[in-house]
Write a protein of this length. Structure first.
Lengths: 170, 101
């Protein structure tokens, strides 16, 4: 059975996920998204994965959420507070969400994973480091290249073509 | 540890449902990116939970890879939002029609 910390984290995570999508202001929405990401980091702590939890906090809550917040601030004021959706689509979306939750939840509850428990010690973060530099080193290098390429691509995409260099300085 | 694997998978299913709702209903580009982030985090939670209960160190390693790739995806997505906003002065995806032909 779940304990109190788990229940509190569940409420924080799911509540702020709904708030991130439903709050009128995009700025408050992105702050609520930070709550969701932080809640997931809390789940990682509960799962005895402190290294992944701190990575999640550093990458998601620290950088991605701030990046999203800055992008929201670049958008016009009336677009931040304007909600674009139609009612019929919303009801269809809620129906879809309920169907997915109920069907997948029923599958999980009915399957054998309900009986899985473990008494074994948690994975040491040294094992993760060893994995990274032995078995997964080509993937690690590839990931570094993909990250460098995507950040460079993002910078090239966001560069303004119509501004001259002397205008940029002023 | 008192929580079981099925608890974590149920939270993950709930987050997946919320994310799919956001992708289906919202027409705001930035909110759709929020929904994608929520779905990716649901997947990460599942990966780490299964890695803990099997138990295998591969779960945490995969989660780290997934978080890093998601960071790259967000960087590109946000720059696409900025470019599209500069072209259309809007973030409504129904306005982004130039790829429709």
């Amino acid at each position: 059975m779940a304990d109190a910390a788990f229940l509190a984290l569940t409420v924080i995570t799911i509540g702020s996920a709904i708030a991130a999508l439903e709050l009128r202001s995009l700025i408050y929405g992105s702050i609520a998204l930070m709550g969701t990401l932080g809640g997931i980091a809390g789940f990682f702590f509960l799962l005895d994965a402190p290294f992944v939890a701190l990575f999640q906090l550093a990458v998601y809550v620290g950088s991605i959420a701030v990046l999203i917040l800055f992008t929201v601030m670049l958008v016009k004021r009336e677009l931040i507070f304007n909600k674009i959706e139609d009612k019929r689509r919303k009801f269809a979306g809620i129906g879809l969400m309920l169907i997915i939750m109920v069907s997948l939840g029923a599958v999980f509850l009915d399957s054998g994973i309900k009986t899985i428990t473990t008494d074994e010690p948690a994975t040491d973060f040294r094992d993760i480091g060893t994995d990274f530099v032995t078995y997964y080193w080509p993937a690690l290098i590839l990931m570094g290249l993909i990250l460098a390429g995507s950040v460079t691509g993002a910078l090239v995409l966001a560069k303004r073509e119509d501004v001259e260099n002397d205008q940029r300085a002023s | 540890m008192t929580s079981e694997l099925v608890d974590f998978t149920l939270v993950s299913v709930a987050l997946l449902g919320i994310g799919i709702y956001g992708l289906a209903v919202k027409r705001n580009f930035i909110r759709m990116l929020f929904a994608v982030e929520i779905i990716i985090n649901a997947a990460n939670l599942n990966i780490v939970a299964f890695g803990r209960f099997l138990p295998h160190s591969g779960g945490q390693t995969m989660a780290l890879f997934s978080i890093a790739i998601a960071a790259a995806e967000v960087a590109v997505g946000l720059s696409l939002i900025i470019v599209a906003y500069r072209m259309y002065q809007n973030v409504d995806i129904a306005d982004f029609r130039s790829l429709k032909g």
